[in-house]
Design a protein around this ligand. Sequence first.
Ligand code: 5GP
Length: 187
Amino acid sequence: MAKELVIDPEEIFVGNEKFVKFIKDEEIQKRIAEMGMEIAREYRSKFPIFIGVLNGSFMFLADLLKNVPIKCEIDFFKLSSYGDEKISSGKVKLIKELNADITDRHVIVVEDIVDTGLSIKFIKEMMNEMNPASLKIASLLLKPGSLKHNVKIDYIGFEIPDKFVLGYGLDYAQKFRNLKSIYKLEE
Ligand code: 5GP
């Protein structure tokens, strides 16, 4: 018989790996509302452009911007991902370019998670070449224990331990992005 469909399950199994609910939907939404209001206050007269890093940030960007009630624009670009692995390849490549002209614009890059910091370092260097008026980074998650590059993250949702997580935009081999909560690998 087919398994029952469950929205927001307590645990997820991928083969024999078990992921347990770690940051609940309600906690995520509460924190995002706080981040949104903070960003809105700072940028209310600046007509900023929010730039989401695909694919992982799509859910965070959508929920964040529902909480930023100011005039703004939105665009996306895409970097090469982990592939189907849980460990970074250590290389970053641009695979979908930004369409917007960010010269003299106030830019806020929206990321799902900062792990080693390599992607954000790459993004900052790439964006700074386009001469924005200002550049800040918002990330829902940060793993301070994994940081290898000296990058400043201006808005952080949650600091988490150095464990692989999925859900709420974050994938495991492209799956599980549609979960409402964030799950952590149980070891
Ligand atoms: P960094 O370049 O900072 O090492 O890694 C950033 C990118 O790696 C994120 O945008 C995300 O795509 C991926 N990543 C890092 N840690 C995790 C994790 O725990 N789970 C998932 N699903 N992706 C991660």
